[in-house]
Ligand binder design. Structure first.
Ligand code: PLP
Length: 396
């Protein structure tokens, strides 16, 4: 395998096997010091001069270009800001405006609830007869017809890891005259994405999962370059204005992707992300994908051999799976707590899914086998069957 594995580039607690980088990536080793430097030398010394002198104002596009590099998007087509839920709203609001004669937003029941909630909120706000239609993931193709203004899907299902065929679905959407919005929350940094090649109009995603930007790290938004000067931003904040410092009383959308900016960028968080993104400079995404698939295949094989109590809840064919493997088990919540207590960190998604993410930059084959041994011990000896593992935290 190529030089994908770089455990030394991350801070991972002793004795922990971290199979949750699909939910919150670990902190890259360089981040604390570099953020500290920024705090002292930039915020501390430059004070407000940092906006120009330290390049804070350009950071959303600068980091956007780094993200663009790993999702198959050209320079200048991606900008950072806000959280993913906000970016969903923004992309979708612009998408439906590109298709003013249609009233259906199509999504699927495998989508992350926040994406659906944001769509519901938009529909309520527009009050123009829009509806959000959700169908089973397998039925999306069939449901795309000429009533659909926009198709909004997450490429990889957060619960099962099932993966849509981006290019094929986008082609179908376009064949019916619908605008395509892809959520890459579980794709960016997990597998090769060819945004430009897919032809989709909009894409969005977060950076605290596979991109290791840290809790609350800003999201990204992509607009297809030929549309970037045409889309109408629904969240028309001052930093998306053509001349923010003209303090014009009327909004005039900025040039290109810049118009998708809203307000003041989170500079500290963007600095952490910018440092984290440096890790991707020499990563071959095809090699990363191959390494991820190898780990997942090994995990499935070993769990099915050693832990028959668990039922595979992810697609078996790696081509239709993202970078996670999920299992269903009735007492999945308690079982995951018991596994975590023994140093193997995955997570739980209601109602009964035990979810494990595979991130070949800091997980190797030995980690997979060690994790399987822990899971086997927990299941064979019913170690999960204790009150303390059944009390649910606020975040599961
Ligand atoms: C993680 C995730 C979110 C979370 O949105 P935030 O606004 O960052 O909290 C939204 N959508 C999808 C598909 C996700 O996977």
């Amino acid at each position: 395998m190529s030089n994908i594995l770089r455990k030394e580039a991350f801070v991972l607690p002793e004795g922990v096997i971290y199979l949750d980088g699909n939910s919150l990536g670990p902190i890259p080793r360089e981040v604390p010091e570099r953020v500290q430097q920024m705090l002292n030398a930039e915020w501390g010394e430059m004070l407000i001069r940092g906006w120009n002198k330290a390049g804070w104002m350009d950071q959303p596009s600068r980091v956007g270009n780094m993200v663009a590099g790993i999702i198959g998007a050209p320079e200048g087509s991606v900008v950072m800001g806000d959280t993913l839920s906000i970016k969903v709203f923004q992309a979708l609001a612009s998408a439906v405006k590109l298709n003013p004669d249609r009233r259906v937003i199509l999504s699927d029941t495998g989508n992350f609830p926040s994406d659906l909630y944001m769509a519901e909120g938009l529909v309520g706000l527009l009050e123009q007869g829009y509806t959000l239609k959700t169908v089973a993931p397998e039925e999306v193709a069939e449901a795309i017809d000429d009533s659909v203004a926009a198709v909004m899907l997450t490429e990889v299902d957060y619960r099962t890891g099932r993966k849509h065929d981006m290019r094929a679905v986008t082609e179908m959407a376009h064949a019916s005259g619908a605008v395509m919005v892809w959520d890459l929350a579980h794709s960016a940094g997990a597998l090769p994405v060819d945004l430009a090649g897919s032809g989709c109009e909009f894409a969005i995603g977060c950076t605290y999962k596979y991109l290791n930007g840290g809790p609350g790290a800003p999201a990204f938004i992509y607009v297809r370059p030929d549309l970037a000067d045409k889309v109408e931003p629904a969240l028309s904040g001052w930093l998306g204005h053509r001349q923010p410092f003209a303090f014009d009383l009327k909004y005039k959308a900025g040039s290109g992707i810049e118009r998708m900016r809203v307000g003041t960028p989170p500079v500290i968080q963007l600095t952490a992300l910018e440092v984290a993104m440096e890790l991707w400079a020499d990563v071959d995404m095809d090699a990363l994908r191959a390494a991820s698939v190898a780990l997942q295949e090994q995990f499935i094989e070993e769990i099915e051999r050693d832990v028959p109590q668990l039922t595979l809840a992810s697609p078996r064919d790696p081509r239709t799976r993202g970078s996670q493997v999920s299992w269903s088990f009735d007492e999945g919540y308690a079982a995951m707590q018991a596994v975590i207590d023994r140093g193997v960190i995955g997570d739980f998604r209601a109602p009964d899914i035990m979810r494990f993410g595979f991130t070949p930059m800091y997980i190797d084959a030995a980690d997979v086998s060690a994790a399987v041994a822990v899971i086997k011990d927990v299941m064979d000896n019913r170690l999960w069957d204790q009150e303390k593992y059944k009390i649910r935290g606020k975040v599961t």
